[in-house]
Design a protein around this ligand. Sequence first.
Ligand code: 5GP
Ligand code: MN
Length: 319
Amino acid sequence: MIQLAEVLSGKKKVALGGHIRPDGDCVGSCMGLYLYLKEQYPTLQTDVYLETIPESFHILKDTQIIRHRIMDEQCYDLFICLDCGDSKRLGFSEPLFESAKETLCIDHHVSNPSFADYNYIEPDASSTSELVFRLLDKEKISLSCAESLYMGIAHDTGVFQYSCTSPETMEAAAELLRKGVDASALIERTFYEKTYVQTQILGKALLESMLVLDKQCIISYVTAKELRFFEAKPADLEGIVSQLRYTSGTEVAMFLYELEFQVFKVSLRSKSRVDVSRVAQYFGGGGHVRAAGLTMKGTVHDVITNVLEQIALQLEKTA
Ligand code: 5GP
Ligand code: MN
C-alpha cells in the first residue's frame, strides 16, 4: 500500500481526474480526496478534472470547482487518476496525465494494468472511494469528505448489496457515518431518486427487454433516436442494467445504448458464473467480474450477437 504523504512530498501542483461519464464512485473518490487535500494540505494547488457530473451529485461540497476542460497548459507535479481502469478512460484530461511529472493511480478494476508510476490497485475492494478512505488519516476526515466517500462506496456496492461489499467496506462506511453523514438523504437523493425522464426510459427499457440464451441472459437497448426523443443523456440510463439483472433466472444482464451512429456502449452485469470483465476485455473494454462495460461499432444486432457469443462460451463451460 502506498503512503499518501510520501507521494505528495515536495509536490506543489496536483491534478485529480476520473473516468469519462463519471459515476458515483468516480465523483465520490475524486471529491473526497480533493476535500481532504484542501483541508490537510492548504498550500498545495489541487485541481479536479471531470466531465459534467449528474445534477444530484452537486449535493457534495465544492463540486463547482470541477474543471470540465483543460483551461491552460499546466504541467502538474502529480496527476492522481481515480476509478479509471486505463488512461484512455480519462478522456479530456489524459494529456495532463501524460505531461505530469509523476502519476498515481488509485483503482479497483481487475482489468487495470497498473499504468501509473505509483499504483494502488485492489480489485477486491468495493470501490475506489473505499481505497481513498484507507489512505487517509481517519482522525482528519471532515464531514464533507466523509459524505463524498460514503456516496462513492454506497453507489459502487448498490447500497451495500453487491458481492463486492466486504466487512472492511461496512467498517469504512461505519467510520464515515460517525462523522455525521446523513446517509439516508444522501442515498435517496443521489442513488434512488430519478427524474421523470429517467423513470420513463427505465420503463421502456424493461418493457422491451428480451430473454435469450435459454433465458439466462436478459438484453435491452436504447437507440440514439430514442435518446433524442426522450431528451435523455447517457447519465439518465444509469441503473437500467442493474434493474434488468434482478430478473429471476437470469445470469447475465446486457444493456446497450447508441453513443453515436452505430457506436454502442454496452453494460454487462452477472450474478455468479460469468466473468463479464473477461467478456468486456475481449472487446477492448474492462471493469469487474460482476460489472463491466465496453464500446463497439456496428448495428445493434451485430453488437448483441458478438457479445452474446462470448457470454455463451462461458455459460457452456459452467453449465
Ligand atoms: P458501466 O456498465 O456501469 O458503465 O460500467 C461497469 C464497470 O465497468 C465500471 O466499473 C466501469 O468503470 C467499467 N467500464 C465500463 N465501460 C468500460 C470501458 O469501455 N472500458 C473499461 N476499461 N472499463 C469500462
Ligand atoms: Mn468504481
